[in-house]
Design a protein around this ligand. Structure first.
Ligand SMILES: [Mn+2]
Length: 199
């Protein structure tokens, strides 16, 4: 892909299960406009955009009469696709980041390599399987599909916590901060940050 001066991308994706329009800007101001039928995911994406200083617009309709699964999964796919496209050839980026974020009693860690090698590791045990109407197992689904489509290596560890809402919130804040750092331009980095010369 070519060198991109404006690191943003958008996607429109329609299947029999979901209909999603999503735009993502890496170098944003933390502004999010979120219209999905999954309120808890809106809350998490809002935190993600705010703490990552991204711009994020999501308009998603899905078959939530079945459950939230397809909608959450497909938003993860769209977010991953736009991140990958927005970063272009990844010239000059820091590439790695490791960030801890507390949320009161909860502590989450997100470690990222913008590697063009999709991999996902996840260590999280939540006290509750639901937050409101949201199934906590969908956090895994979202993050895994995001990492896969973005082609990043993503390790997410929730070290501890007592409140499931806090624990997941810490994950999304840490994801925003880590992704912000890993995608930031380091003026010392000449070209693509890989000894292979390509990412
Ligand atoms: Mn909250």
């Amino acid at each position: 892909m070519t060198d991109k001066t404006v690191r943003e991308a958008s996607v429109a994706r329609k299947t029999n299960e979901t209909d999603i329009t999503l735009s993502f800007g890496v170098d944003g101001s933390g502004e999010a406009k979120l219209e999905t039928d999954v309120p808890f995911l809106n809350h998490m994406l809002d935190l993600f955009a705010k703490h990552g200083q991204f711009n994020l617009n999501v308009d998603a309709k899905g078959d939530i009469d079945i459950d939230d699964h397809h909608t959450v999964e497909d938003i993860g796919i769209c977010l991953g696709q736009t991140l990958r496209e927005a970063l272009g050839d990844k010239r000059g980026i820091k590439r790695y980041a490791s960030v801890f974020v507390p949320m009161d009693e909860a502590l989450a860690q997100v470690v990222i390599d913008v590697s063009n090698r999709p991999h996902f590791e996840y260590r999280a045990q939540y006290p509750s399987s639901q937050v409101g109407s949201f199934s906590t197992e969908l956090v895994h689904e979202f993050l895994w599909k995001f990492a896969l489509e973005a082609r990043i290596t993503l390790h997410v560890i929730v070290h501890y916590g007592q409140n499931t809402h806090h624990m997941i919130e810490a994950v999304f804040k840490a994801l925003g901060r880590a992704l912000d750092e890993a995608t930031s331009i380091d003026p010392r980095v000449q070209g693509v940050p890989s000894t292979k010369g390509v990412l």
